[in-house]
Write a protein that binds this ligand. Structure first.
Ligand SMILES: CC(C)(COP(=O)(O)OP(=O)(O)OC[C@H]1O[C@@H](n2cnc3c(N)ncnc32)[C@H](O)[C@@H]1OP(=O)(O)O)[C@@H](O)C(=O)NCCC(=O)NCCS
Length: 204
């Protein structure tokens, strides 16, 4: 598997429909999103930021922000969930994922803005990540979360993940799930198109 070389991120978007009728677009972060992504992270509650980044941080460090806006480098991708609020595109969630080509395992972390939590966006975003993992040829998806993070543990349990201790980190727990190689029922047509376009990995 080779690193992807993206020329136009805008065409690789997925539309997610949430239980309450809201529709949210998931697309790759572009360099022009840097300010909005940082504003999104700053606006998260202290608890959400702590749970997302495993520590007290007010914002993304410059190096992390830089990595986020260059999706595809080192097999590392950042996506944002966006919707229009009062006529303006607003970020309501984000996820970062990386595939390890030597193991075909797909690691991710995600967050949903506090105002949107509890309305099904986390679940929809997680399903979308599983589909992206399948499109990249991953065999399993996993993440680590603080043992105190009831929402993430609840989301992972609800989504069929198995739990195990994180190697070398007693504060976190690992959740992992095999990837369905034929996720037709999961909405990620935009990403499947991207994987085909750039020949990232064989589609099953
Ligand atoms: C974890 C997080 C992404 C969940 O997103 P969300 O949009 O609130 O989750 P959803 O509304 O889709 O809920 C899906 C399921 O998760 C579980 N869940 C959600 N919030 C929960 C909570 N506070 N306690 C226990 N379970 C919870 C439920 O099983 C729920 O399904 P149900 O409503 O059918 O019972 C969100 O709370 C978040 O961004 N937290 C801060 C950042 C973070 O912790 N990231 C994880 C780091 S890996």
């Amino acid at each position: 598997m080779r690193a992807l070389d993206f020329h136009d991120f805008s065409q690789h978007a997925d539309m997610l429909s949430l239980p309450g009728g809201h529709r949210v677009t998931v697309r790759f972060v572009e360099p022009a999103d840097a300010g909005a992504l940082q504003a999104y992270v700053r606006a998260l509650s202290q608890t959400s930021r702590y749970n997302r980044f495993f520590g007290a941080t007010a914002a993304l460090p410059p190096g992390e922000l830089e990595k986020s806006i260059h999706s595809g480098e080192h097999n590392l991708f950042t996506v944002i969930a966006v919707t229009r609020i009062d006529g303006f595109e607003s970020i309501v969630g984000e996820a970062r994922y990386q595939i390890d080509p030597s193991t075909d395992r797909f690691e991710f972390g995600l967050s949903v803005s506090d105002h949107w939590q509890g309305h099904g966006l986390g679940r929809a975003l997680l399903s979308n990540l599983e589909c992206r993992a399948a499109a990249l040829g991953a065999r399993s998806v996993f993440g680590d979360t603080l043992r105190s993070n009831a929402a993430m543990i609840g989301l992972a349990a609800r989504s069929g993940y198995d739990f195990s201790p994180t190697p070398d980190d007693w504060k976190t727990v690992r959740f992992e799930k095999p990837v369905d190689p034929a996720p037709e029922t999961i909405p990620c047509s935009g990403w499947r198109h991207a994987a085909q376009t750039f020949d990232a990995a064989p589609l099953h």
